[in-house]
Write a protein that binds this ligand. Structure first.
Ligand code: CA
Length: 656
């Protein structure tokens, strides 16, 4: 989601502590059975609403409109739980709850623990989850991936479900749907692969899908004409309906999403879910807040909702029952949907303890899980900085990586200043920020931290703690950023800069991350924040793959090299400090380094990497040895003991 600014909060901590003491007076329910427990002979409903004096269940025939068939009072259980068991087969009926708080009944709400719902998530649905499994689901298996804590092996491809297929050039039938992304063998007009087959061909390890839990902003009855990224959660444990072929029947979206996941898995791809537990789309009328007013959110001293998300509220992961909700939610997605990783939006809003509990819990279930998040907030939070999962606290996170904005902006210039340039666009003063990214924001004897753009000290404990990237869904896509900040440059020059940017990302230590389509110079026509700007801006034009095939081939080759060579995916900061050595006495605008491949088990015994941030060619002398070319930008050449790097170019040499 959009990062507006990072503010260090000093005031308000004392009053927040008072509010927390009040929250701790709520009972905590530790059972794992909140929500619906279904069988053909009985359905048990449990909600947590400790401040309610009564609660009732409303049963409906349809997902929208009409009156309730029945309303049934719930019984009061322990620790704030209300429950009822209905001893009949309620399969396929829809339901809501109401709670009586103060002197009034609340409006109807969907239980946050619900697992299925009808159109627009207005009513939950009783379903038999077993009926949502596509053929072959029992045999669905995630492709092999490194064992625990080797996140550096991940090459992540960030994609929006609808963007992948909606453009006419996709050759995909089920446009905009889960099933569209599940189509294989699809092609553009030139016969080049599109959609899932393209991603497989590109060679990434993980597909990170922008939010696909049930979100608020697209009316599921009008999904042909509406668009949103989906960073506005309603039902966390239910897939979004607008990507399904029938949002009214809760089983359909579940089955179609599982079909997509199964197809990804069988094509060697793992799936990462973008999750937004940091805020809810609605505030006062959010499901959480109706059931237990104020409990799930942080408040300011004056009683108003604090808003570190800049979306109207921020959740309180430091409150026991929201921490429990987050943990059970991610576990549910892994167990029921076979999800392989999570990207936590505005992770800096969540407390460190909760994030580490999530990591520890998930790694017990799936040791190869990939976890990362945004180590910042959008505005200030009342929870003290030292407790939150901010980038500067990254070393305290167990196996959860943070995005490197230092590297991102070091490569291309600040995302907040349209004219600003980075190392790849000729602003060679950003070299140290790029070097900091190359060593995965860890401790390295050759980094001058005082010259790094944002962080003045290392913040990761290991390279597994960092995601290196040049662009993502937020802010201008790389191609547009280059164009907007360097209007004088020709298309050919900008293409070289773009390729250099990705050469840096894909050779750097830490995990790599690409925004979908950027491998063939995708553009959003200069639109900076396209979250609701529709298909015209956001859709992936697959004909660009034909037009910019040389860039695509270059980036694909970088991915192949990265996957084949552990030297680019070292596992400890100590290895990087010992075996990655920056060359000294270089012309300005050159970053060059050697990696002792032999020391980290690479068949390339010695590796030499260089980037030329200047637009003019530069010649540098090579270290002693016999060098072969692993990959080189166009126009660069080797002669005897020298290497001439074309302007805005990269090269990888190796000795065997
Ligand atoms: Ca929705």
């Amino acid at each position: 989601m959009k990062k507006l600014m990072v503010i260090i909060l000093l005031i308000g901590a004392a009053s927040y502590a008072t509010a927390q003491n009040q929250s701790s007076s709520y009972p905590v329910y530790s059972g794992k059975d909140l929500g619906l427990t279904y069988s053909p002979t009985a359905a048990t409903f449990k909600i947590w609403a400790p401040t309610a004096t009564a609660a009732k269940l409303n049963l409906y025939k349809s997902d929208m409109g009409g009156n309730a068939i029945r309303s049934i009072n719930l019984s009061k259980g322990e620790n704030g739980v209300w429950y009822i068991t209905v001893t009949e087969n309620l399969k396929n009926s829809y339901y809501t709850f109401q709670v009586h708080i103060g002197n009034a009944w609340s409006e109807e709400v969907v239980d946050p623990y619900a697992k299925a719902c009808g159109t627009n998530g207005l009513r939950a649905q009783v379903i038999d989850l077993k009926e949502t499994n596509p053929i072959g689901w029992a045999g669905d298996k995630s492709p092999n991936f490194s064992s625990a804590n080797k996140q550096t092996d991940a090459i992540i491809y960030e994609l929006h479900v609808r963007d992948a297929s909606i453009h006419t050039s996709s050759g995909i039938k089920n446009k905009g749907k889960y099933l569209g992304l599940a189509e294989v063998g699809t092609k553009n007009s030139a016969g080049l692969t599109t959609g899932l087959s393209h991603i497989k061909e590109l060679g990434v390890t993980h597909v990170h899908l922008l939010p696909f839990y049930d979100y608020n902003s697209v009316d599921e009855t009008k999904s042909e004409v509406q668009y949103n990224w989906g960073y506005d959660p309603v039902n966390y444990n239910i897939p979004e309906g607008s990507y399904s072929t029938n949002p009214a029947d809760g089983k359909v979206r579940i089955k179609e999403l599982k079909e997509l996941i199964k197809t990804m898995h069988s094509n060697g791809l793992r799936i990462i879910m973008d999750v937004v537990y940091n805020h809810t789309a609605l505030t006062k009328n959010a499901n959480f807040n109706i059931l237990v007013p104020d409990y799930y959110y942080r408040k300011r001293a004056d009683g108003s909702f604090s808003d570190a998300s800049s979306c109207g509220n921020e959740t309180a992961s430091d409150n026991a029952m929201f921490q429990k909700f987050m943990i059970e939610s991610v576990v549910y997605w892994v167990n029921e949907y076979h999800i392989d990783g999570f990207r936590f939006d505005l992770m800096g809003i969540h407390d460190i303890e909760t994030m580490n509990l999530i990591s520890d819990t998930l790694r017990k279930i799936k040791p190869s899980i990939v976890l990362y998040g945004e180590g910042w907030t959008s505005s200030s939070s009342p929870l003290p900085d030292e407790k939150r999962a901010l980038k500067r606290n990254a070393a305290q996170l167990n196996g959860i990586a943070v995005f490197s904005d230092d590297m991102r902006d070091g490569i291309k210039g600040s995302v907040f200043n349209i004219n600003d340039r980075g190392f790849a666009t000729g602003q060679i003063e950003n070299s140290e920020s790029v070097k900091f990214g190359i060593v995965a924001a860890g401790k390295h004897p050759q980094i001058n931290y005082s010259k790094v753009n944002y962080s003045k000290e290392p913040y990761t404990a290991s390279p597994a703690g960092l995601i290196n990237y040049a662009d993502c869904h937020d802010n201008n896509i790389l191609w547009d950023k280059i164009e907007l900040s360097f209007k004088d440059a020709s298309v050919a020059e900008r293409t070289k800069m773009h390729e250099l940017a990705y050469a840096i990302v894909l050779t750097a230590q830490g995990a790599s991350f690409l925004h979908a389509g950027t491998e063939f110079l995708r553009t959003k026509n200069g639109v900076e924040n396209s979250f609701d700007k529709g298909d015209i801006v956001n859709s992936i034009n697959w004909d660009l793959k034909t037009q910019n095939n040389a860039s695509y081939t270059f980036i694909k080759s970088l991915i192949q090299i990265r996957r084949a060579h552990p030297a680019f995916r070292m596992q400890t900061a100590q290895q990087i400090a010992a075996h990655l050595n920056f060359e000294k006495n270089l012309p300005t605008g050159i970053i060059a380094y050697t990696i002792n491949g032999a020391a980290v088990g690479d068949r390339w015994k010695e590796i030499w990497v260089a980037y030329n941030g200047k637009q003019t060619p530069q010649t540098i002398s090579l270290p002693k040895g016999t060098w072969k070319v692993g990959l080189s930008s166009k126009g660069s050449s080797k002669s005897a003991n020298n290497y001439t790097l074309a302007g805005s170019s990269a090269v990888i040499l190796y000795g065997e």
